[in-house]
Design a protein. Structure first.
Length: 254
């Protein structure tokens, strides 16, 4: 897997609160690592939270570089514990500094190993898998509108325009503990992995994102630049964080 990532402030925000990490090289026991985090809070607090989440997670992984990972479940537990550690670090900083009280961040991350993506996720940042024929959201948003959809109160069409569509129900750092979703995704037949904040998904439909990826699929930098450009042209209502990763080959084993 080779990936690139970028963050853009968008058209309406005065500061950037999104952060990304792209490592095509090993970090601790992980062969690679890709993270998108979308911070929230008061003055500068969102930017602090998203960066701190990534730094704290990576520190945890590096400190456990001698961990014996023998099963897929043990790998997912490591990812979950890394985010739980980041949650503690952010929550503690919020208690210590009044300027950061209540700050938090979403986080969506993955590492790719032996044809499988191992994913950990909190909030409404997303991970998609795609090939030339389709694009599929792998993560499930921890948001109010997602809960309303699952309960049958609104439709998927309603979600895009709902006045509370930006309200998330779970974040890293806002409480002393956080529930982390983990999952694995076989990449058999998958060509691209896309991680992004809602600054992209709120502006562009999945159909439009898929179209842009395959229109510019010869160059990852161009794909990201075009996704960000189109999101800004659609309004650029929020910061835009995007990571796009392409498999070296379409694996047939998982």
């Amino acid at each position: 897997m080779i990936a690139v990532g970028k963050v853009n402030i968008g058209k309406r925000r005065t500061r950037n609160e999104d952060s990304v990490l792209v490592s095509n090289e090993p970090i601790g026991v992980l062969p690679n690592l890709y993270i998108v985090a979308d911070g929230m809070g008061g003055h500068k607090a969102g930017a602090v939270a998203s960066k701190l989440a990534i730094d704290a997670f990576c520190n945890y992984i590096e400190e456990h570089e001698n961990a014996q990972i023998k099963t897929e479940e043990e790998l997912l537990i490591l990812l979950k514990r890394g985010i739980s550690h980041a949650n503690y670090v952010i929550y503690k900083k919020g208690l210590e500094n009044p300027d950061f009280t209540g700050m938090g961040t979403t986080i969506t991350l993955c590492t790719v190993m032996n044809g499988t993506a191992y994913i950990a996720h909190v909030g409404d940042t997303r991970l998609y898998c795609m090939n030339a024929n389709q694009m599929r959201q792998v993560t499930v948003d921890h948001s109010l509108v997602q809960e309303m959809l699952e309960q049958g109160y609104i439709t998927e069409t309603d979600m895009q325009e709902h006045p509370q569509r930006h309200v998330i129900t779970r974040a890293v750092g806002t409480y002393e503990q956080v529930k982390v979703d983990t999952m694995k995704q076989c990449l058999n037949g998958v060509e691209y992995i896309l991680l992004c904040s809602d600054g992209l998904t709120a502006m562009l439909s999945e159909e439009k994102m898929h179209e842009l990826v395959y229109k510019h699929h010869t160059n990852l930098e161009t794909i990201i630049d075009e996704l960000i450009l189109q999101a800004n042209e659609a309004g650029g209502a929020d910061n835009i964080a995007v990571i796009i990763g392409k498999k070296d080959e379409v694996s047939k084993t998982c």
